[in-house]
Write a protein that binds this ligand. Structure first.
Ligand code: AMP
Length: 283
């Protein structure tokens, strides 16, 4: 595996390697890698001749400084995992390589970044879009891989691709979960054993609500029930919503449930977790 910390040597290497017919797949991550990331890498390797993984904890997408400070960093373990997974290139830039000044561009996604994550983490998606645009420009991949775990992020990046005319195929990879149902996340490393059990309430709430809604229950009453469960556990529910899977606006009962998705964010202790579930899995 070739490791780069700077843009220019990476570009030169890619120019040499990628002739007209060499497909390049990109897997952007923030490190502290787990099986979820490895699923993205496996999909990428299956479809591309060269797999580039990036590890960069992007400061502009953190609206909470302590979340940025506490974000797990496990570079040595990550590097070993990526070698084992057969990644060709690892790009790990320092901040000075990615941002040239304190001034940062900002991008507005209209209604899409005003709901759910965007509502609770102002500026988050602008930071995500900015760093993804930079990575797309630096690496110029044929395809880029993202997890369904960050569902709204994928919608944002799809919109970014449309608006900025990136000629890149975007791929969404299903959520990888523990046997218990807990969605894998780098942030899970910060949970105590007890908190990990409490964190299961996110998946249980999604599964329960999905069953109830498909059986004809009203979302508002299901939501009330779930809010009560979080209260009882002493965990802070930030949002629990039923939304349209493309616009992420509140679900309108005149639409088909085939277009509905449940999304949740909650604090367990001081760790913020997110998860989601489509009412009907896509083929
Ligand atoms: P992160 O390092 O958390 O920024 O995640 C990097 C990529 O991995 C993003 O596209 C995430 O959506 C994806 N990802 C994170 N957790 C999972 C998971 N449990 N299953 C599938 N993809 C995931």
């Amino acid at each position: 595996m070739e490791i780069f910390n700077e843009i220019e040597p990476l570009r030169a290497f890619l120019r040499k390697k990628s002739g007209a017919n060499v497909s390049v797949g990109l897997v952007p991550t923030m490190g502290a890698l787990h099986e979820g990331h490895l699923a993205l890498i496996r999909s990428c390797k299956a479809e591309n001749e060269l797999t580039v993984c990036t590890i960069y904890v992007n400061p502009t997408q953190f609206n909470n400084p302590s979340d940025l400070d506490n974000y797990p960093r496990t570079v040595e373990k990550d590097t070993a995992l990526l070698i084992q997974a057969g990644v060709d290139i690892l790009f790990m830039p320092p901040n000075s390589e990615m941002y040239s000044s304190q001034q940062s561009l900002s991008i507005d996604f209209g209604t899409l970044d005003k709901v759910l994550e965007g509502k609770f983490r102002p500026g988050h998606f602008s930071g995500v879009a900015l760093v993804v645009s930079k990575l797309f420009n630096i690496i110029q991949p044929t395809r880029a891989y993202f997890g369904q775990k960050d569902y709204q992020q994928f919608q944002i990046i799809s919109s970014l691709k449309e608006e900025l005319k990136f000629d890149i195929d975007l791929r969404s990879v299903p959520i990888v979960r523990e046997v218990s149902g807990l969605a894998l996340s780098s942030r899970n490393q910060r949970l105590t054993d007890e908190e990990k059990k409490s964190a299961l309430l996110l998946f249980e709430s999604l599964s329960h609500a999905k069953r109830e809604i498909l059986d004809g229950a009203d979302f508002v009453s299901v939501k009330r029930e779930i809010e009560a469960k979080f209260d009882k556990l002493g965990a802070t529910l930030e949002y629990f919503e039923l939304a349209h899977k493309n616009t992420l606006q509140p679900f309108d009962r005149s639409s088909s449930l085939k277009d509905a998705i449940l999304l949740i964010a909650a604090f367990v202790g001081d760790v913020r977790l997110i998860d989601n579930m489509l009412l009907f899995e896509e083929e």
